[in-house]
Ligand binder design. Structure first.
Ligand code: ATP
Length: 306
């Protein structure tokens, strides 16, 4: 028995270590498919974030170098501002987020944060500077408190509760059978899409990163939940540089700049009102979604993804 026990212990330890080291990997679940290896350069410095200005300059990228997906993408998100990325399915929106996390190295051009090339700094410091609220977070089979605390090692119960309050999930947690000690995940209490998103928001708030990536849910939340979550997201993005990967257009109206991607190219850019006036692809998408918004929600779609 002892012989069996040791390897299992070791396995448990390795598992916990990996788990601790992979906070962002876990959070990025919805964004990653099969990340290739990127390596830190020898003696790479850590990223020194001053304000959090994010800049893409003539970025060319393909998962397969033979098939380019992004054909020269350039934009700047000044510190504290919000950029929304919209466009049809497959346009390359999530790819931009993956590149910012440096899950892949680009073929040419540059990506910088506060003027530092993200390929030149350590991956750890890069990922520590970026928080993500993924569209569908995977919860650990652990307590709800643990799931939030994962945003920052050593967070106190008071800090966890403060962020849960800010993410508007504190009252819901208090209503659970064992409060913050209630087990969630596959083997515990299942949370709805909106609840999981709030946990993701709380976790990100605890991490308190200068740069935020919001990967907007593709699945429909009921409209009250959606409005509440949008209010919280607007709050947390106020003082941070934010990139919203918008699969729908509901969160982009207030963005400082919107870029419209189509087949890996920016085909339009500007603020919401300008783009509606321009009467191009964005205006068409907006008009189509307005029709969908006004249409009655089909049975079973409301508050989906439980
Ligand atoms: P959606 O709104 O449907 O999520 P998107 O605009 O986010 O779409 P991306 O996920 O960035 O689109 O995909 C852009 C292109 O890259 C697509 O043609 C897709 O097939 C391709 N692609 C995405 N991930 C990979 C991958 N891991 N390996 C190879 N090609 C990929």
């Amino acid at each position: 028995l002892a012989q069996l026990f040791r390897p299992l212990d070791l396995l448990g330890m390795v598992y916990r270590t990996i788990r601790q080291g992979l906070i962002d990997m876990e959070a990025m679940y919805a964004l990653i498919d099969t990340p290739t290896e990127v390596a830190d350069r020898a003696g790479a410095p850590t990223l020194a974030v001053t304000g959090g200005t994010v800049q893409f300059d003539q970025v060319h990228f393909g998962y397969d170098p033979q098939r380019e997906i992004l054909h020269g993408i350039s934009f700047t998100v000044p510190a504290g501002r919000t950029l929304a990325i919209v466009g049809p399915s497959g346009a390359g929106k999530s790819t931009i987020a993956r590149i910012l996390f440096r899950f892949y190295d680009i073929q040419s051009g540059s990506v910088t944060i506060d003027g530092q090339d993200i390929a030149a700094v350590t991956q750890q410091s890069l990922r520590a500077a970026i928080g993500i609220v993924p569209q569908d977070m995977v919860l650990f089979n652990d307590t709800i408190g643990y799931n939030i605390a994962y945003g920052r090692e050593g967070a106190s119960q008071a800090e966890i509760e403060a962020t849960a309050r800010a993410a508007q999930i504190h009252d819901f947690i208090l209503g659970m059978p064992q409060g913050y000690d209630t087990r969630v995940g596959e083997r515990g209490l299942k949370l709805s899409g909106g609840e999981k998103q709030r946990v993701a928001i709380a976790r990100t708030l605890l991490k308190d990163p200068p740069v935020l990536v919001l990967d907007e849910a593709t699945s429909a939340l009921d409209s009250r939940t959606e409005t509440e979550i949008q209010t919280v997201l607007r709050d947390i993005s106020r003082k941070r540089t934010t990139l919203v990967v918008a699969h729908r257009l509901s969160t982009v109206v207030d963005a400082d700049e919107i870029i419209v991607l189509d087949q890996g190219r920016i085909v339009e850019r500007g603020a919401h009102a300008d783009l509606v006036r321009a009467d191009g692809l964005y205006a068409t998408m907006w008009a189509r979604q307005a029709t969908e918004r006004d249409a009655p929600v089909a049975e079973g779609e409301n508050g989906a993804d439980r």
